[in-house]
Design a protein around this ligand. Structure first.
Ligand code: SF4
Length: 300
């Protein structure tokens, strides 16, 4: 296909057809969380997939469901066991959010995920994206599920820009909604997600092999560069508070530790901030003080 400067009319039906045919052939149908519509399993997968790559999540998801196969099983677990099982996934607060959500589902909603919007959104770890994913992937509701991959595809195909942040959020949601089919929203959203992950990638979109090339405004306009400035250079991970907090939690997974030991274990630049990190972990429910100068994972 040759790119031109023409701006094509959007034909949602043509986009849906091309996408569905591509997905049938190339979609990631084998992902374990796509084999189920169980609300608990879908919630576990969605929380794990927040900020963690698919390939890394797969073994954790399987082990988690084997150990805690239901809201009830997870609700009965000790927080320390949940935090320990999360080792290696990062962003430990997600583990506690999932655990607290399970307890609330059991204690307040009789063990069933609540679908009433206020109750669903009130669950820890369930923001607008996760709520939409649950509605679509569990119940098949035709709602936009705007993860980073879908946002990128929609921004390029419909808005003709390189990056989603060039489009006002409300406009992006409306554009995504305009593509939804009346039936088959689950497969449609999964297909968009896969296209973004496998073909329409952030840095090297495979436009020559893309099923949407004939409809894509950004490609047909000759791939104009992003209008927004690139992100400022990221700090090295080892210099961030997230790194230091992760090191502390990793140590506490093996048992309680004295503050002196925790301080000595951290790189020198982080040591003056140990108290600040510990206070933050306590506020988040990820660590508790024991005695006057030692810490542990929360007991129960
Ligand atoms: S044609 Fe290129 S930019 Fe457009 S959706 Fe396909 S891969 Fe993405």
């Amino acid at each position: 296909m040759t790119a031109t400067s023409a701006t094509p009319e959007i034909d949602p039906a043509a986009i849906r057809r091309a996408l569905a045919a591509w997905y049938a052939d190339r979609g990631r149908h084998d992902l374990p969380w796509r084999q189920t519509c169980d609300p608990y399993a879908v919630l576990v997968s969605e929380v794990m997939l927040q900020q963690t790559q698919v390939e890394r999540v797969i073994p954790y998801y399987a082990a988690w469901l084997e150990r805690w196969p239901s809201f009830g099983a997870l609700a009965a677990a000790l927080p320390a066991d949940v935090i320990t099982a999360w080792r290696g996934l990062g962003y430990n607060r997600r583990a506690l959010a999932l655990h607290t959500a399970a307890r609330r589902v059991v204690e307040v909603h009789g063990g069933e995920l609540p679908w009433e919007p206020a109750a669903l959104h009130a669950l820890p770890g369930v923001g607008p994206y996760t709520a939409a994913a649950l509605r679509c992937f569990v119940r098949g509701e035709p709602v936009p599920v705007l993860d980073t991959n879908i946002a990128r595809v929609v921004a390029r195909v419909l808005a003709g820009v390189a990056r989603p942040r060039e489009v006002p959020p409300g406009q992006l949601v409306a554009a995504t909604r305009s593509l939804l089919p009346a039936e088959g929203a689950r497969e449609h959203n999964l297909a968009l997600m896969d296209l973004g992950a496998l073909v329409c990638t952030a840095r090297a979109p495979g436009c020559f092999e893309c099923p949407l090339a004939a409809e894509c405004r950004w490609w047909l306009a000759g791939q104009p560069p992003a209008r927004t400035s690139p992100k400022s250079a990221a700090l090295p991970f080892e210099s961030t508070a997230r790194y230091a907090r992760g090191r502390i939690i990793d140590r506490l997974r093996s048992g309680p530790a004295a503050e002196d030991e925790l301080r000595a274990m951290l790189p020198e630049s982080h040591r003056p901030r140990l108290r600040e990190y510990l206070a933050g972990l306590e506020r988040d429910g990820l660590a508790v003080p024991i005695g006057s100068a030692a810490w542990a994972l929360p007991p129960g």
